[in-house]
Design a protein around this ligand. Structure first.
Ligand code: NAP
Length: 328
């Protein structure tokens, strides 16, 4: 598989279009490229590396062709139906939806954290939730060094996480025109403590995804985690306050050094000069930005940090392309 034949399912969406950018930027090698979306987009021409590709309607015959790797980002129900069809045809699916993430037979991969799990795949590989990916990248080296006991996630998530309709909702809302397309309440001028649907226990599905996916990726069922996920009127990049309690004592300087040298992380931690990660400057970047590192004095071995990443890139397209690179 030096030059695989690639397919992108959901190519006209926020994540799908970013797949194309990331493949081009990283000079990902491929031979043929097939683009799929709904019937609405069939016939649209999309350029990549100086060539125009025609978007086709996704059908159950789409994978009859010689496709090696398919990057899926067309929502959970499409993945549920079509990923097994693709896998039966020998295609390796890298799926961005939540459809397969908690399936025991499907590896859930963040290349900086658990690349070793990739070898267990049976045709479908899951890309984690955007808010989970950016959290586990800094948590993994800290867990290896100091053993995490408990994590408290509080997120501030961008509207691009809801796809094209989320961005439209914010843009129109800022003009005073609430469309009620993407959220149960206006997003302009609001913070909505409500991402995905509510479950019987009062948590949202996004919160439970963060908890369960962190445990699966870190491979540690002993981790105690809670989460509050909030949609904020920001176009791109999720920001997260992460509070961690460790088993072992740590020195703040050592934590900074560890994170500075860990893969996929850029440390921006200089409060005296007002330097910390910001959504507007991280938009378009592939790395996870970490700052505001400080001791949590309320427990014995506690740490607070602020973590920002581009949800469409590291939270989706970049992570999926990195998985494809690992496969090669
Ligand atoms: N946005 C994020 O931050 C993010 C991060 C991680 C994961 N994800 C996941 O990635 C997936 C896509 O998200 P997105 O934000 O890119 O959504 P989006 O902008 O709404 O795009 C949805 C894509 O799915 C396609 N699609 C819809 N119905 C289809 C059908 N019946 N057959 C084939 N294609 C169909 C659409 O094609 P048409 O244009 O033809 O309708 C479009 O290409 C979701 O599962 C989402 O949970 C998103």
């Amino acid at each position: 598989m030096k030059n695989p034949n690639l397919a992108i399912v959901g190519v006209t969406g926020m994540v799908g279009r970013t797949f194309l950018k990331v493949l081009e930027e990283r000079n990902f090698p491929f031979n043929r490229l097939y683009l799929f979306a709904s019937s609405k987009s069939a016939g649209e021409m999309i350029p990549l590396k100086g060539k125009d590709y025609r978007v086709e309607e996704l059908t159950e015959h789409s994978f009859d062709r010689d496709i090696d790797i398919a990057l899926f980002s067309a929502g959970g129900s499409i993945s549920k139906t079509y990923a097994p069809i693709a896998a039966e045809h020998g295609v390796i699916v890298i799926d961005n939806s939540s459809a397969w993430r908690m399936d025991d037979t499907v590896p859930l991969i963040v290349p900086e954290v658990n690349p070793q799990d990739l070898k267990n795949h049976k045709g479908i590989i899951a890309n984690p939730n955007c808010s989970t990916i950016q959290a586990v990248v800094p948590l993994k080296p800290l867990h290896d060094a100091y053993t995490i006991k408990r994590i408290i996630y509080s997120t501030y998530q961008a509207v691009s996480g809801s796809g094209i309709k989320g961005v439209k909702e914010l843009e129109e809302g800022l003009k005073g025109n609430d469309l009620n397309l993407a959220y149960p309440h206006p997003i302009a001028g609001n913070c909505l403590p409500h991402i995905d649907v509510f479950l019987d226990n009062g948590y949202t599905k996004e919160e439970i995804k963060m908890i369960n996916e962190t445990i699966k990726i870190m491979g540690d069922s002993q981790l105690k985690i809670t989460a509050t996920t909030v949609r904020v009127p920001v176009k791109d990049c999720h920001s997260e306050s992460i509070n961690v309690e460790f088993e072992k004592p740590f020195k703040l300087e050592d934590v900074k050094e560890l994170l500075k040298n860990a893969p996929g992380i850029i440390l921006q931690d200089d409060f005296e000069n007002n330097i910390y990660p910001l959504a507007r400057s991280v938009a378009g970047c592939n790395e996870v930005y970490v700052g505001r590192l400080r001791r949590d004095f309320s427990v014995e071995n506690g740490l607070n940090m602020w973590v920002v990443a581009d949800n469409i890139r590291k939270g989706a397209a970049t992570n999926a392309v990195q998985i494809a690179e690992l496969l090669l």
